[in-house]
Design a binder for this molecule. Structure first.
Ligand code: FAD
Length: 462
């Protein structure tokens, strides 16, 4: 009998999918089909203990880890060739405590399920629009949506997080971070980005009462761009904080500009608020309605359905309205877009009494409190179109650089070299200290994860 035999080690638990298994193909795919990786194993965890076992299993064997919930990472950060994906999507309980106005939400929930479960108790959480985005990644990076100006980012409403972190040389343990215990980890979980410190398994959020809201949509033709875009930029931050809005300019081939928004208030009031927008150019279609809040979430979700399967998106922060040259740049790039699926989108976050900008840039890890967020996107189906689309986004970002800077960590872009500054600004040094404390062995790492030790983080990591 050999005396050198190693102990059997930790076993994986939960629903385990490996290559050859009939569900492996579906289980490995990311939402962004630009990425097609082949993990060694995918573990769909059902309990926190499954998460702990998976981390231990991987550490004992030196297998690289990726953490996954809704699979919506723009740059495929939740998948890996040859490693283990620890997926929490089957941990999806939601419990509302209406007396204390909090909700306990397991991190495997997609947004549509969170909205629905909360709606059953007539409460809401400010969050994003796409129905299948995971609450896990959305919250850790910030979380913007149509309630933001009144109720803040999703992460601003995060009161507690339960997280599995690495422990010792090969272990893992669960910790609870709130304002009394591990307050530094709670701070980092409010905008510090997904996948950096450990695996979040449950969140506790503050929630707000909700019944009906009013929504609008205005469509213009492209020729009104130079009137409508600057007018929206002046208007959106100046209106009541009960109104959050977006604007999207489509490629010239489509030839439309659409602004949508949501008011915590009635349709007659909303009609009054949007007057300055209606006076710009010649609106082709106007819709204003009062609806139950859950219906409004479905209305905004519709814009994120049936999109092309592969994409390259970059984000940018506008601390000032785009000057005329900036708007012209949008026109020029969308005039020569690679196909009709390219867009520029912007969401209002700041301005008069906005709950987002009232918070200090260092109070949470999300620093861009006074910026509006832009998104430049290109989408396609066939691989032969890929390079052209990616190059277009790259050139577009560069051309807009005089007018915007930085990026929202939930819209990550591997082409940004100085991403620590772009995503985290003044908060990067503190995030590195939190990383050093909770993940000193850099167990949770990916191309743009917060580095351990003296490394600056610039450039791409492996
Ligand atoms: C169509 C579409 C619409 C979007 N709309 C919005 C919007 O309205 N508002 C907005 O703010 N953002 C929006 N986003 C961006 C979205 O917030 C990010 O893509 C977010 O990271 C997705 O989280 P996920 O859990 O779905 O993705 P995943 O790919 O599963 O994870 C994203 C990142 O978080 C990490 N992560 C996942 N689960 C955990 C966990 N349990 N613990 C720790 N880390 C974890 C991953 O490792 C990865 O780094 C949208 C994205 C898409 C593709």
């Amino acid at each position: 009998m050999s005396h050198n035999r190693k102990p059997a080690g930790t076993r994986l638990t939960g629903r385990i999918v490996v290559p050859g298994n009939p569900s492996y193909h579906a289980a490995r795919l990311e939402y962004n089909r630009r990425f097609s990786k082949f993990p060694r194993v995918i573990v769909f965890c059902r309990r926190t203990q499954d998460v702990i076992n998976a981390v231990k299993w991987a550490r004992e064997r030196g297998v690289r880890i990726r953490v996954r919930s809704g699979r919506h990472s723009y740059e495929g950060f939740s998948t890996i060739d040859g490693g283990i994906i620890i997926d929490v999507s089957e941990m999806n309980k939601v419990q509302v405590d209406r007396k204390n106005m909090v909700a306990h939400v397991q991190t495997g929930n997609p947004l549509s399920r969170v909205y629905r479960k909360l709606w059953n108790k007539h409460v809401a959480l400010p969050a994003g629009t796409a129905p299948d985005v995971g609450i896990a990644g959305l919250t850790l990076g910030g979380g913007i949506g149509l309630l933001s100006r009144k109720y803040g980012l999703t992460c601003d409403n995060l009161k507690q997080v339960k997280m599995v972190v690495a422990a010792g040389r090969q272990g893992a343990k669960t910790i609870i971070a709130n304002k009394k215990k591990h307050a530094d980890l709670l701070w980092a979980s409010r905008g510090g980005g997904g996948g950096n410190f450990g695996i979040a398994t449950a969140y506790t959020f503050r929630v707000r009462p909700i019944r009906t809201v009013s929504i609008y949509s205005i469509t213009w033709k492209w020729r009104d761009l130079e009137k409508v875009f600057p007018a929206w930029q002046r208007w959106a931050p100046a209106v009541t904080n009960r109104l959050t809005s977006t604007i999207e300019v489509a490629a010239k081939q489509v030839g439309t500009i659409v602004s949508t928004g949501q008011l915590l208030g009635g349709a007659a009031e909303l009609r009054r608020w949007i007057q300055p927008l209606l006076q710009q150019g010649t609106p082709m279609k106007v819709m204003v309605r009062t609806v139950p809040f859950i219906e409004a979430t479905r209305f905004f979700a519709a814009g994120d359905l049936h999109l092309e399967p592969k994409f390259k998106i970059t984000g940018a922060l506008g601390f000032k309205p785009l000057p005329r040259e900036g708007v012209r740049m949008i026109r020029d790039f969308l005039s020569e877009a690679p196909n009709k699926h390219s867009t520029v989108w912007c969401q209002s976050l700041g301005g008069s009494g906005s709950a987002v900008s009232r918070i200090s840039p260092t109070a949470t890890a999300y620093p861009h409190r006074r910026a509006e967020i832009y998104e430049l996107s290109a989408r396609w189906r066939n691989d032969s179109e890929q390079q052209r689309n990616i190059q277009w986004v790259k050139r577009f970002r560069k051309a807009l650089r005089p007018f915007v800077n930085g990026d929202y960590v939930n819209f990550p872009d591997l082409q940004i070299k100085n991403w620590p500054k772009a995503y985290y600004g003044v908060n990067f040094a503190r995030l590195k200290r939190v990383k050093q404390k909770y993940d000193p062995h850099d167990v949770f790492r990916f191309a743009q994860s917060i580095p351990v030790g003296k490394r600056s983080g610039r450039g791409t990591r492996t």
